[in-house]
Design a protein around this ligand. Structure first.
Ligand code: AMP
Ligand code: GLY
Length: 424
């Protein structure tokens, strides 16, 4: 089989690495990829949003399976474009990717089908939103731009003044562009967050092992929100009781709801959950693997991932037994100091070779590129260092040991990824 992977981050590197282990795969391409991905796939200079070019490439190279890693092309309808040309592709169609693409849609879906989530209101103009905030809201309150905003469209506002400024940013100044044409205002919840990824074939859902992300830039969950500074898997807070509750009230009900709406979902649903005092609640849905959740979940997966992708496309997932190793993984993101605000790039990265043939240690590239025969930094998040261990403590110690193998100017990472396991 010839496989094309679309995306350029650590998540796509983890997917490419796993696809490369399939005995059925003879050739992997990645568009556009990065320096690390180029070690397992042939990278082609086509952007993830250049949908027509992607389709033309897949036809020309007779690609047997395309896997879409990123949210933007999914929401823009890349899967529909591939299917229209008779090409096999893994991911939800546009009418299902809206589960991530519109927070107003996902909230209304959850309300209609009684899936537990925070109470909310949807607004399509600033005046009504401000009126609601001044008369009915309690604080803190949560403002969410409706559309995709690179993970930055959520504002937690402690006071009316902050919330008024937030409405202005999202709906009037259009800080997130058309993503702010509508806005959700929702109840502020507290509790521990868990990421649960799943494979879905339209009817059947298979849950992957759980994970937890660390979204803030600095230790102790201080600093600005980022794309994710590190992850661990499994989450010790994702207990059997939580799993049973979610299976009954969240996972299958979501899949059934999408089907009932005429929007059957095929691909990965990522459930962002908050474990509140009143039980698990959905914070958000994503229509793809998490990044950096993929970097801890995929290395623990036993199945041939290509078989699972195909079962989702063919509607045969009920025949698949999804299995994960009985171990743990921790991923520490190595970023450029200053991320997510401003940072320099182009620095040579040393020590990558130390990961070769080190079983249970992986370095997934996020922002890297080749320059004059060496790999240099090329983004805010540069690398994801993942290590396995027989339990979370060992995996964490291994990951922080491996972090020392890598060196580049302005290297920055959090030192408390996975520290929360001590509270379990
Ligand atoms: P989202 O993109 O919807 O996952 O939101 C990003 C982050 O904002 C989440 O991971 C939470 O930390 C936080 N958040 C979102 N919604 C809420 C809420 N209703 N209550 C408290 N925190 C929230
Ligand atoms: N790690 C969170 C996300 O991928 O959205």
């Amino acid at each position: 089989m010839k496989v094309l992977i679309v995306g350029s981050g650590g998540r796509e590197h983890a997917i490419a690495w796993k696809v490369a282990q399939s005995s059925r795969v003879t050739k992997i391409y990645c568009a556009p990829g990065n320096a690390g991905i180029s070690q397992v796939a042939e990278c082609v200079p086509i952007g993830a949003m250049e949908i027509e070019k992607l389709v033309a490439f897949a036809k020309e190279k007779e690609i047997d399976l395309t896997v879409i890693g990123m949210d933007d092309p999914l929401v823009a309808g890349v899967v529909d474009a591939f299917e229209a040309e008779g090409l096999r592709v893994f991911g939800p169609r546009k009418n299902a990717a809206v589960l991530e693409g519109s927070k107003a849609f996902s909230k209304e879906l959850m309300k209609k089908y009684h899936i537990p989530t925070a109470d909310y209101q949807v607004f399509d103009n600033a005046e009504d939103a401000l009126h609601y905030l001044r008369t009915e809201a309690s604080f803190p309150t949560v403002l969410k731009a409706d559309g995709l905003a690179l993970g930055k469209g959520v504002l937690i506002c402690g006071s009316l003044e902050e919330a008024e400024a937030g409405v202005k940013e999202i709906m009037l100044d259009k800080k997130f562009g058309s993503a702010g044409n509508k806005m959700v205002i929702e109840e502020f919840m507290t509790g521990r967050e868990v990421s649960v990824l799943s494979f879905v074939d339209g009817d059947t859902i298979r849950i992957m092992t759980s994970a937890q992300d660390h979204k803030r830039a600095q230790d102790g969950d201080q600093g600005l929100n980022t794309g994710g500074m590190g992850t661990f898997s499994p989450s010790p807070f994702y207990t059997k009781e939580v799993d049973e509750f979610c299976k009954k009230y969240i996972y299958q009900p979501t899949v059934d709801a999408m089907k009932a709406e005429g929007r059957p979902f095929k691909g990965v649903i990522f459930f962002g959950l908050m474990l509140t005092e009143k039980g698990p609640r959905v914070l958000e849905y994503n229509a793809r693997f998490g990044d950096p959740e993929a970097q801890v979940v995929i290395p623990r997966m036993k199945n041939d991932i290509v078989d699972v992708f195909e079962a989702c496309i063919d509607g045969t997932l009920s025949r698949v037994k999804l299995e994960f190793e009985d171990n743990a993984a921790v991923c520490v993101v190595l970023a450029s100091d200053g991320y997510p605000v401003s940072y320099q790039k182009g620095f040579p990265i040393k020590g990558l070779e130390k990961f070769e043939n080190q079983k249970g240690y992986y370095v997934f590239h996020a922002g890297t590129r080749w320059e004059n025969g060496q790999i240099v930094t090329n983004g805010g998040r540069v690398l994801g260092v993942t290590a396995l261990g027989e339990d979370l403590h060992k995996a964490r110690a291994n990951a922080y040991e491996a972090v020392k193998w890598i060196d580049f100017e302005n290297k920055y990472c959090r030192s408390d990824i996975g520290k929360a396991i001590d509270e379990a």
